[in-house]
Design a binder for this molecule. Structure first.
Ligand code: BES
Ligand code: MN
Ligand code: ZN
Length: 500
């Protein structure tokens, strides 16, 4: 989809569908919607009178114009209560309107920047949100469909603005929005592909594509390298599978003179059967998405390497399947991690923390000064926070606040859980240094704190996206399947750090 910004009036723009908006309880719209209303003989006001619900958030009302203005039809997009508008609501409602426009088989769609007028949002940010909502909201995963709806695709999106002084800001919003959203969609693709395709090898090939295209440094550790580094925890998970494990490292150096190096560490379990502690078969198919953290990290690197902020970021993505077999790790086995710490594997289904333990140790060895790990780590997080908030744990207040600020800007909800030493008792083993399962109580916390043992003194944040990495039905800019959660936060954080 080609996206451009033009200076002009909404009534003049030639298109199949024009998206204007309406706040709840407004009976006589002003601004762009008012201008269209005037050109349509006060039709919109009559529609509102007949259906006062059309200003409700996410509501779309289609009106044909029969030549009265440049657009063949308009969509009146409900934005909800005026005082409650947020950038994330702009994102979500734009997504809904764009899908309505696509259903109407529009080829060229025009829109105003929702929220930038009487919504009081900053033009650059509102424009970015509109573009993100449009691109993310139109996402479709149709690689495996033999009948693709090619002729049902929007070719052009025109952002119309009549105030010349806002154009530069809107264009900047478009630039960032496009990179952010396309990276999210890239991450969604990685997640949505079945495990038979998205193997550790394929993950490393995708990382290679990003590296080649945008000039990142790539290195991939093979099994023999992992052995050399003593990555006993990662290898224990990998040993049950016939797919070769890979540890992907992508390096972006936006400020080589600076010592600081941020590591983004993403869980890359390309299929989690549970191993010998086998999962029940119901919904096991969902475990193809157990690499969503790793996918988010790769997708973020795709964006960061294009935006080029002045910051150093290293992506570390340990990839393997977790499978039961004659060679698989057995409950009760004790492994030695790269850090030297020994781990009693009580449950082979608690594999994420094992691979992340070694990945974190390796990131530190590569010179990481600050760490973030992101992982579909615990079912407990799904129970605790559902698909709305991701769970967060940290050992460093300031570092965490910096990340949470970026998450808020990106519109990704995160909730911090207590990193309290008392919980450590649950993961102490009687015969090894640690055990990989702390039982059911506080499952998200003990899993995160297990990883924290390997971060040790290095500032570290853990993000559990088990609940948020996919949705079971279309909702705003998220479509059934992988959401690409975390991608925008990780990009935004790098952008913010580059501005310090
Ligand atoms: N990948 C799962 C967590 C998960 C569950 C992600 C549901 C997405 C949706 C993880 O590897 C896992 O199996 N965790 C176990 C840990 C337990 C055995 C200590 C869990 O949460 O049940
Ligand atoms: Mn598991
Ligand atoms: Zn898992």
């Amino acid at each position: 989809m080609n996206i451009e910004v033009i200076n002009g009036s909404v009534t003049d723009v030639l298109c199949d569908t024009l998206i204007v908006n309406l706040f709840k309880n407004v009976t006589a719209p002003g601004g762009a919607t008012g201008a269209v209303d005037k050109a349509l003989n006060c039709h919109i006001r009559k529609i509102i009178r007949d259906n006062p619900g059309c200003g409700k958030f996410g509501e779309t009302t289609v009106v044909h114009t029969f030549g009265a203005i440049g657009a063949k039809r308009i969509i009146i997009l409900g934005l909800g209560k005026k005082g409650e508008l947020s950038l994330d609501k702009v994102r979500a409602s734009t997504a809904i309107a764009m899908r309505t426009a696509r259903k109407l088989r529009s080829k060229t769609v025009a829109t105003i920047v929702h929220g930038a007028g009487s919504g009081d949002l900053e033009s650059r940010q509102a424009a970015q949100a509109v573009v993100e909502g449009a691109i993310m909201g139109l996402y479709k995963f149709d690689y495996y469909k033999t009948t693709r709806e090619e002729n049902n695709k929007i070719d052009n999106l025109i952002i119309v603005e009549n105030d010349k002084t806002k154009l530069a800001a809107i264009k900047e919003g478009l630039y960032f929005g496009k990179i952010f959203a396309e990276s999210v969609n890239y991450g969604r693709d990685l997640i949505n592909h079945p495990a038979m395709y998205m193997t550790p090898t394929k993950m490393s090939e995708h990382a290679g594509d990003i590296a080649n295209k945008y000039g990142l440094e790539l290195s991939v550790l093979e099994k023999k390298d992992m052995l050399k580094h003593g990555m006993g925890a990662l290898l224990a998970v990998a040993q049950g599978s016939s797919e070769a494990p890979k540890l992907i490292v992508l390096k972006y150096q936006g400020d080589p003179l600076q010592q600081e190096m941020i590591a983004y560490v993403g869980k890359g379990i390309t299929f989690d059967s549970g191993g010998i502690s086998l999962k029940p078969s119901q919904s096991m198919d969902e475990m193809k998405r157990d690499m969503a953290g790793g996918g988010a990290v790769l997708a973020a690197m795709l964006a960061i390497s294009q935006i080029k902020p002045k910051v150093n970021v290293i992506a570390v993505v340990p990839c393997t399947e977790n499978m039961p077999s004659g060679t698989a790790c057995k409950p009760g086995d004790i492994v030695t991690s790269m850090s030297g710490k020994t781990i009693e594997v009580l449950n082979t289904d608690a594999e994420g923390r094992l691979i992340l333990a070694d990945a974190i140790t390796y990131a530190k060895k590569l010179g990481a000064t600050k760490l973030i790990d992101i992982a579909t780590l615990t079912g407990a997080c799904v129970v605790g926070l559902g698909d709305v908030y991701s769970g967060v744990l940290t050992n460093d207040r300031e570092w965490c606040q910096t990340m949470l600020n970026a998450a808020q800007q990106a519109g990704e909800k995160m909730w911090e859980l207590p990193n309290d030493k008392e919980y450590l008792e649950q993961i102490k083993s009687s015969i090894a240094d640690l055990k990989n399962s702390g039982g059911r109580p506080a499952g998200t916390i003990t899993a995160g704190m297990f990883i924290g043992q390997f971060a040790d003194k290095t500032p570290w944040i853990h993000i559990d996206i088990a609940g948020t990495s996919d949705v079971d039905k279309d909702k705003g800019y998220n479509l059934k399947g992988g959401t690409g959660v975390g991608v925008r936060t990780l990009i935004q954080l790098a952008v913010n750090l580059g501005q310090l």
